[in-house]
Design a protein around this ligand. Structure first.
Ligand code: ADP
Ligand code: MG
Length: 719
C-alpha cells in the first residue's frame, strides 16, 4: 500500500494504547467466563466491541396503545382486563385469553403454557402486555405476548425511552446484555473516549459536500453510540425506523466505509502480481466485429471500451459486466477473448452449468473458428481420450480459447499461457471463489485478467458495496428490434383458460414453456411435480407434442429434449427451473410459470428472458396460488409493469433486502448493524470516495476500522 501522503495538515489519527479495544470483558461486573464465552459467540471480544454491538430494533414501551387502533404487523403495548380465558382444542391446543380495554377486545394466544400460567391468567385479572399483532380467525390476536399481571397501582409506570433490542444468543437475556452494555458506555464516558478514526480531513470534506440529507458526520462517534443504545426521551420509533437520525447516519457511514475498505483491501492484495498488458493489435477484434451481422449497441461499445482499457494495463483487470438477458454480453466477451488471443495469450471461459458451457462452446466455435482461432472444450462429460486430447491442446497452447465448467480449474489442467479468465453468471461465485480462481491460475510472476458477466442485474447500490472489489460495466440497452414480453398475473383457479391459451398458441405455430416450481428446495420433489404436470398436459392437450426436462435427467437426455424443442419437434416444453440459463429458442413466445409468488423477482425475470428472443410478440403468464399477501401482490405487479432487469432488481432489494437478492452465498457480506444499503444509498458515493482516500493517505486506519465493524470475521469475503 502506498505511504501516507503529506497532503493533509491534520495530525494522523492513531490507535491509542488506552483504547477500549484492550479492555477485557471480564473487567465488567457480572461477566465471568460463562458470559464471556456467550459474548464471544456474538463476536464481542472486548469493551469496544460491546459499544459497537448495536440494537437491531427498538420497542416502544413508553405508552399504552388503544386496542381499537392496533394494526396488523405492529408491535404494541396494551393494558386491560381479561374478560375470558379458555383452552381451545383446534388444530393445535392453545390457551386463549381475551383482553379488554376502554376501546375494544383482542385475543392473546399461548400455544405453550404451564398449568400455573393458565391459573394466573384468569378472568378479571389486569394485565399489561407487549407483542406483535397478527390476524386470527376472529380478528386480531397476539401470540405469546410478553406480559405482566398488574395489582393495584404497583409497577404501572411506563418507560421514559425506547427499549433497545440487541442481537443475542441463547442464555443471554436482553436485560443482562443491556446492563453489560451500560457498563461499557460508562467506561467510554469516564475512562477513555472511543477512538475517532475518521481523519479530520474527511470530516471536513464530507461536511463541505453535504447533501440535502444533511452531514452524515455531524455527530461525534461517542454521542452517536450513546444515542443508539439509549435513545433520549421524545425520540420516536418512527424516527429511528426512518434511519435518518444523525446518530444513525454517523454510524452507517463508518460501517459502510469499513465494509468497503475490507473489500478494497482484498482487491489491492490481489494486485500484488501484475498482469500482462494487452493493447489493441488490430488483428482479430476488428475482423470479428466487421463480420457480425449487426452493429454493436452503444452500451456494448462502451463496455468493451472499458474492458479494453483495463486489459491494456499491467494491473490485473477484475471487471463485472452486468446486462439483462439478451443484452449481448456474449459478443462483448468474445471481443475481450480475441483481444487476449491477438496478444498471444490463452483464454478460459467458465460457465456454471454444462448446458450453458456447451452453448458458449457452440457460439464461440461458430464465431471464432472462421478467424483461425481454435476453441477447446472441457467438461465432466468427456471420455478419458477426449479429455487427454483437450488437455494436450491446452498445455501446448494450440488451443487458444477453452470453454467449460469449473473443470477448467482442476489440478490436472495446466495452461501454456493463460492471460484472461471469463466467468459467466457471476452471482453464483462469491468473492472467495473469485480469489481462489486467481490463485490457481496465476503463475509465480503474473496474473490473468478477469472478466465476470452476470445476467442478474445487481442494483448499483448493492454492487457498490457487495462487489466493491470489482469494477463494473453495465450494458443497459437491448439490441434494436426486440418486443418486450407482456406479462399477465393469473390466479391458479383460471388454469383451464391458460391451458386453452397454450392450445391456441401452439396451433398458430408458436412454442410454449411451462415452468414448474416448488418452494421445497428438494430437486426430487420438483422433478416429480414436473413429471405429474407433463402427464396432465398430455391428457388435456393430446394433440400437442409435449416434452419434459428436469434436473434429474442425464445431461444427454436433457440435451436431446432441448434439441427437439429447439428444432420445433416439440411444441410444449414442461420444465423445472433448469431452463433458467438454458437454450435460446426464438420461436418460443409463451411462458407459463407456476407458483410464481414463491420465486424471487430476479429469478422470474431470468426465466421470462427465455421468451421474447425473436421478433414475435411474447407473453409470460405468472400463475399464483391465492390469496396473495400485500408484498406478494406488489412483487408480481413489479413483474407485470417492468421488463427492465435493473428496475426489478432495485424493487427486489427494497422488498426483500440484500441477503435475498444476492443469494445465501453473499448474505454474510451484507449483514450490517446500522446501515441499510437501500435506505442509506445516498451515502455510498462518499463512502466510495473516502475509502480510496483512506487507502492512499491513511492506510494505518484500515485494520482498526475493519476490526471494529467486522471484527475478526476472518472468513469475511470468503463466504
Ligand atoms: P446475453 O448473453 O447478454 O444474454 P447474447 O450475447 O446471448 O446476450 O445475445 C443475445 C442475442 O442477441 C444473440 O443472438 C446475439 O447474437 C444477438 N445480439 C447481440 N448483440 C446484438 C446487437 N448489437 N444487435 C443485434 N443483435 C445482437
Ligand atoms: Mg448469455
Amino acid at each position: 500500500m502506498p505511504a501516507p501522503t503529506s497532503g493533509s495538515n491534520s495530525p494522523t489519527p492513531s490507535v491509542s494504547s488506552r483504547s477500549l479495544e484492550r479492555v477485557p470483558l471480564t473487567s465488567l461486573r457480572g461477566v465471568g467466563p460463562g458470559i464471556e464465552k456467550k459474548l464471544q459467540n456474538l463476536g464481542i471480544n472486548n469493551v469496544q466491541d460491546l459499544l459497537f454491538h448495536l440494537p437491531f430494533r427498538y420497542q416502544d414501551r413508553t405508552r399504552i396503545n388503544d386496542i381499537r387502533s392496533v394494526r396488523f404487523g405492529e408491535h404494541v403495548q396494551l393494558q386491560g382486563e381479561l374478560v375470558a380465558s379458555k383452552v381451545l382444542f383446534g388444530k393445535r391446543r392453545s390457551l386463549q385469553c381475551t383482553l379488554k380495554d376502554d376501546t375494544g377486545f383482542i385475543n392473546l394466544r399461548f400455544f405453550f403454557f404451564t398449568p400455573a400460567q393458565q391459573k394466573s391468567l384468569q378472568t378479571g385479572v389486569r394485565l399489561r402486555c407487549y407483542g406483535e399483532v397478527r390476524r386470527g380467525s376472529a380478528g386480531y390476536e397476539i401470540y405469546h405476548p410478553e406480559y405482566r399481571i398488574l395489582s393495584g397501582d404497583h409497577g404501572t409506570e411506563l418507560e421514559d425511552t425506547l427499549t433497545p433490542i440487541y442481537p443475542s444468543t441463547e442464555g443471554l437475556q436482553q436485560a443482562r446484555l443491556r446492563s453489560i452494555i451500560d457498563q461499557a458506555l460508562a467506561r467510554m464516558d469516564s475512562l477513555h473516549q472511543v477512538n475517532e478514526y475518521l481523519p479530520e480531513e474527511i470530516r471536513r470534506k464530507v461536511a463541505a459536500g453535504q447533501s440535502t440529507q444533511g452531514n452524515p458526520l455531524s455527530m461525534t462517534l461517542g454521542d452517536a453510540i450513546r444515542f443508539l443504545h439509549h435513545p433520549p426521551e421524545n425520540v420516536t420509533l418512527e424516527l429511528l425506523e426512518s434511519g435518518q437520525h444523525p446518530a444513525q447516519q454517523r454510524l452507517a457511514f463508518e460501517e459502510l466505509l469499513s465494509h468497503r475498505l475490507c473489500m478494497r483491501r482484498l482487491r489491492l492484495a490481489s494486485n500484488s502480481r501484475p498482469a500482462a498488458p494487452m493493447p489493441a493489435r488490430h488483428t482479430l477484434v476488428e475482423k470479428f466485429s466487421a463480420a457480425l451481422p449487426f452493429s454493436l449497441t452503444g452500451a456494448q461499445q462502451r463496455a468493451f471500451g472499458e474492458i479494453a482499457r483495463d486489459m491494456a494495463d499491467a494491473a490485473p483487470m477484475l471487471r463485472l459486466v452486468q446486462g439483462d438477458v439478451g443484452s449481448g454480453k456474449t459478443v462483448v466477451a468474445a471481443m475481450a477473448a480475441l483481444r487476449a488471443v491477438e496478444n498471444k495469450f490463452q483464454v478460459a471461459i467458465m460457465a456454471p452449468t454444462e448446458i450453458l458451457a456447451e452453448q458458449h462452446f457452440m457460439n464461440f466455435s461458430h464465431w471464432l473458428e472462421p478467424l483461425g482461432v481454435e476453441v477447446g472444450w472441457l467438461s465432466g462429460k468427456l471420455t478419458a481420450a477426449q479429455r487427454k486430447k483437450q488437455l494436450e491442446g491446452i498445455g501446448s497452447g494450440t488451443t487458444r480459447i477453452v470453454v467449460g465448467t469449473h473443470a477448467l480449474f482442476q489440478e490436472s489442467v495446466s495452461y501454456a499461457d493463460l492471460g484472461l479468465i471469463i466467468i459467466d453468471e457471476q452471482h453464483r461465485f462469491g468473492v472467495h471463489q473469485r480469489m481462489a480462481l486467481k490463485e490457481k491460475s496465476a503463475s509465480k510472476s503474473r496474473e490473468p485478467h478477469q472478466l465476470v458477466m452476470t445476467a442478474t442485474p445487481i442494483p448499483r447500490t448493492l454492487a457498490m458495496s457487495a462487489y466493491a472489489d470489482l469494477d463494473c460495466s453495465v450494458i443497459d440497452e437491448l439490441p434494436p428490434g426486440r418486443t418486450p414480453v407482456q406479462t399477465l398475473v393469473v390466479g391458479d383457479e383460471r388454469r383451464d383458460e391458460v391451458i386453452s391459451r397454450i392450445h391456441s398458441a401452439c396451433e398458430q405455430g408458436n412454442q410454449v414453456y411451462w415452468v414448474c416450481t416448488l418452494i421445497e428446495e428438494s430437486e426430487s420433489l420438483q422433478c416429480q411435480a414436473a413429471e405429474a404436470t407433463a402427464a396432465m398436459m398430455r391428457e388435456q392437450l393430446p394433440e400437442l407434442r409435449i416434452g419434459l426436462v428436469h434436473g434429474r435427467m442425464k445431461g444427454k437426455e436433457k440435451a436431446v429434449v432441448m434439441e427437439q424443442f429447439k428444432a420445433g419437434d416439440l411444441q410444449l416444453l414442461v420444465a423445472t427451473t433448469v431452463i433458467e440459463v438454458g437454450v435460446d429458442v426464438p420461436n418460443a413466445s409463451l411462458m407459463v410459470i407456476e407458483n410464481s409468488e414463491r420465486l424471487g423477482l430476479a429469478q422470474l425475470h431470468q426465466l421470462r428472458g427465455r421468451v421474447g428472443r425473436g421478433s414475435k410478440r411474447s407473453y409470460c403468464i405468472l400463475l399464483y396460488q391465492g390469496p396473495l399477501s400485500e408484498t406478494g401482490k406488489h412483487r408480481l405487479a413489479v413483474m407485470r409493469e417492468s421488463n427492465d432487469g435493473f428496475h426489478i432488481a432495485e424493487k427486489d432489494l427494497e422488498i426483500r433486502g440484500p441477503g435475498q437478492v444476492l443469494g445465501t452465498q453473499q448474505t454474510g457480506l451484507m449483514s450490517f448493524r446500522v446501515a441499510d444499503i437501500s435506505r442509506d444509498a445516498y451515502l455510498l458515493e462518499d463512502v466510495r470516495r473516502y475509502s480510496e482516500l483512506i487507502l492512499s493517505a491513511y492506510p494505518q486506519l484500515v485494520d482498526p476500522l475493519v476490526n471494529r465493524w467486522l471484527g475478526r470475521r476472518e472468513d469475511y469475503g470468503r463466504v
